[in-house]
Design a protein around this ligand. Sequence first.
Ligand code: C2E
Ligand code: MG
Ligand code: MG
Ligand code: MG
Length: 287
Amino acid sequence: QAKLAGKNCFRYYNRAMDHAVERRLYLEQELRGAWDRGELRLVYQPIFRTRDHMLVGAEVLLRWNHPTLGSIPPSVFIDVAEQSGLIQALGPKVLHAACEQAMQWPRNAAGEEVFISVNVSPRQLRNGDLVGEVETSLHTSGLAASRLHLELTETAVIGDEILAVTLLEKLHRAGVRVWLDDFGTGFSGLSHLRQVPVDGVKIDRSFVADMERDPDDLALTTAIIAMAHALGITVVAEGVEQRAQFELLSQRGCDLVQGYWLGRPLNADALVQLLEHDTAGVPGILA
Ligand code: C2E
Ligand code: MG
Ligand code: MG
Ligand code: MG
C-alpha cells in the first residue's frame, strides 16, 4: 500500500517537474523575442526625499505582458532571463531606454535634476561589460553620469570582493552612483559596507513591512540607518506602504523612501506628469 502510494507520488512529482521545466523553457523561448515584439515595457517608481518630501528620483522596473499568458511578474521572468543568459541582451536595452527616458524628465519642484535608478542582475556583473554598457548608454543618451544610479544586490557583490571592488571603482570613475539593493537580506551585513565602496543602501522591504510590529526589525532598520550615515552613505527604504512607516523612517533619519503609499510604479508619461504638476512632493502627506 505504502509502496504504491510512494510510486504514485513519485510519478506525480515527476509530472509536476516536467511541467515546471516545460513552462520554464516555454517562458525562455517567449522571452527571447519579447522586447522586439513590444511586450516588455518600463515603469518608473518615484523615490522621495524624507526631509522635504521632494521627488528626487525614480527606479525603473521591467514589465512583461505576454499575449496569452498575461502579465508575468519580474520575480519570475528576471530569474528566467538570468538563468538563461538572456539578461545579457535585455540588461543593456533597459539601461539604454532608461537613460533616454530620464533625458525627457523636467527638473523637480526644487529645481534639481531627477535621477534614474536601474537594477543590474548578478550575471550582468560577472559576465558582461557593464562599465562599457554604462558608458555607451550615457554617451548616446547624453544623460549626465551623476543622474544614473545602479542597484546591485548584496548577494551579487559578496563572494568575489576583489572583482566587486574593482568593478565598483570603475563605475565610480565613470561617474555613476551605486546602491546595494535588498540590503539586510544577505549575510554580508553591516561590516561588509566598510570594504565595498557603495554610495547607498536600499533597506529591503521585508524590514519596513514589520517595523511597527517587530522590535527586532525596527532595531535593525535603525542600526542600518545609523551605520550607513557613519560611513557617509545614503539610505533608501523600499516598500513603504503606510504613513506610520514613513514617519518612523523619517524620524530615524532615513534619507529617501519608496513604496506604494508614496507612489506606485508609473508609465513614462505619468511620471513626467507627476514631475510637472507636483510642486510639493509626497502625495500622501498632502492628501
Ligand atoms: P527590487 O529592485 O527590489 O524592486 C522593488 C520591488 O518592490 C518592485 O517589484 C516594486 O514594484 C515593489 N514595490 C515597490 N513599492 C512597494 C510596496 O510598497 N509594497 C510592495 N509589496 N512592493 C513594492 P517588481 O517590479 O515586481 O520587481 C521585482 C524585482 O525584479 C525587483 O526588485 C528587481 O530585483 C527585479 N527587476 C525588476 N525590473 C528589473 C530590471 O529591469 N532588471 C533587473 N535586473 N531586475 C529587475
Ligand atoms: Mg531595485
Ligand atoms: Mg529592492
Ligand atoms: Mg526587495
